[in-house]
Design a protein around this ligand. Structure first.
Ligand SMILES: Cc1cc2nc3c(=O)[nH]c(=O)nc-3n(C[C@H](O)[C@H](O)[C@H](O)COP(=O)(O)OP(=O)(O)OC[C@H]3O[C@@H](n4cnc5c(N)ncnc54)[C@H](O)[C@@H]3O)c2cc1C
Length: 392
């Protein structure tokens, strides 16, 4: 049976970034990546908005803030060097009304504290030139924002790492010899788990005690019809609700063409079920048997109800989008895909907003890696190698 120097569980972008960094730090090492699906990046990484975030939103000093801007630079360099299609197209954050304008100014100051360059308000003339269809009383230009297809980036990272990728290999636990999988033991002493929506389950099996559980939230997207696509020149975002890390429905140009709008955020009855009716008994029991979920529902039922309405009513979804682009019509919205966020929830119902990394008994675990973890993946990988003691 083969013996590996390092085993990475999870073939999303975080696992791929870890494999890439291991190859740089230990060029001679044998690295295996275990992925339970038949292909790479089938979950969050392959179903996200494809934005290379600049670090505007994150609490200064948090792991998110520290890794986002660093990861942004590393992702762009990697994409340039390895021919992964990307574009730094910039984004416009649009405030509507005085309350949002105040929050936008807080965001601008936060962005400057986080080290972003070129942030500035657009005057009316420039706003009309840049986004002629946008409804905004104040608009902030964030030039350091880009787009990429993270599944392409994942494949390129793994190619460059020369790691051995073992698909359809589900990790079920950890032993002194390595990782137990449904296909038998994979031998190796140094194990890093980057399992996204399943991270809490694998961490618990490795003795990690955390006041956190992953609760899945589905986000639905629509695509804009070709004539409506011309109405979006950059990425367009609303000012986010400070109570939620989700960013509100936004317009995103995609690097391979087209414009998506969304996602909303609704509780999902399956961690990996992407239709509106998807259901998993085990996932639902885990989520509804967890006190934190009910506390979240109790605290934010009004917000949750609004999101549900948008999930089932195209008209409500359109209304949310028309707040930013009033000339959009129902026929402009074509059915799109869905993604599911792994949202770590504390027992008191509060959302864990920052990235969480933990050492278990036999493996090192990425317990929470929500947005912008795809952007930040290469910097998160640096942090993992450092915290796990693999680099000085
Ligand atoms: C709707 C949505 C929009 C987003 N938009 C953005 C964005 O624009 N920009 C950004 O930076 N971030 C964005 N994010 C966040 C980003 O996608 C995630 O933070 C990132 O993809 C996390 O990567 P990951 O590798 O940790 O998880 P995943 O991509 O979920 O990968 C985990 C992998 O582990 C595998 N796995 C799980 N359990 C096992 C097991 N037992 N054995 C073997 N394999 C296993 C899974 O099959 C999966 O392939 C978005 C997320 C969502 C859901």
């Amino acid at each position: 049976m083969e013996q590996y120097d390092f085993i990475v569980v999870g073939g999303g972008i975080v696992g791929a970034a870890v494999a890439h960094k291991l190859a740089q730090a230990y060029p001679e090492a044998k690295v295996a990546v275990l992925e339970k699906e038949g292909g790479l990046a089938q979950h969050q990484t392959g179903r996200n908005s494809g934005v290379i975030h600049s670090g505007l939103y994150y609490k200064p000093g948090s792991l998110k803030a520290r890794t986002c801007l660093d990861g942004y630079g590393q992702m762009l360099r990697f994409a340039q060097e390895h021919g992964v299609a990307h574009e730094v197209c910039g984004k416009v954050v649009a405030a509507v009304g005085s309350e949002e304008e105040t929050r936008l100014e807080t965001l601008r100051l936060r962005g400057m504290e986080n080290g972003l360059e070129g942030l500035r308000y657009l005057d009316e003339r420039e706003l009309r030139e840049r986004e002629p269809h946008l409804n905004a009383t104040k608009a902030l230009l964030v030039p350091q924002t880009g787009i990429i297809h993270y599944a392409d980036a994942t494949e390129a990272l793994l190619r460059s790492s020369r790691a051995i990728v073992r698909l359809q290999t589900t990790a079920t636990g950890f032993t002194q010899e390595g990782v137990a999988t449904r296909k038998g033991l994979v031998r190796g002493k140094n194990i890093i788990v980057c399992a996204g929506l399943q991270s809490d389950r694998l961490a618990r099996r490795d003795g990690v005690e955390a006041d956190l559980q992953i609760v899945p939230f589905r986000g639905d997207y629509y695509e804009l019809s070709p004539p409506a696509q011309a109405k979006v020149k950059h990425l367009i975002y609303p000012v986010p609700d400070p109570n939620f890390p989700f960013l509100g429905v936004h317009f995103t140009r995609m690097v391979h063409g087209g414009v998506e709008c969304g996602p909303n955020a609704v509780f999902s009855f399956a961690r990996e079920g992407y239709t509106k009716t998807a259901f998993s008994g085990a996932d639902t029991a885990a989520a509804l048997g967890y006190g934190g979920t009910w506390k979240l529902f109790a605290q934010h039922w009004r917000y949750g109800l609004g999101e549900y309405e948008r999930a089932f009513s195209k008209t409500k979804f359109l209304n949310a989008l028309q707040r930013l682009l009033p000339s959009l019509e129902r026929a402009d919205l074509l059915p799109g895909r869905a993604g599911i966020r792994a949202q770590a929830l504390r027992r008191d119902g509060s959302l864990e907003d920052d990235f969480v990394l933990r050492q278990g008994e036999r493996a090192f675990h990425v317990l929470n890696a929500p947005s912008p973890a795809a952007t930040a993946s290469l910097a998160i990988a640096d942090e993992i190698l450092r915290q796990a003691g693999y680099v000085g």
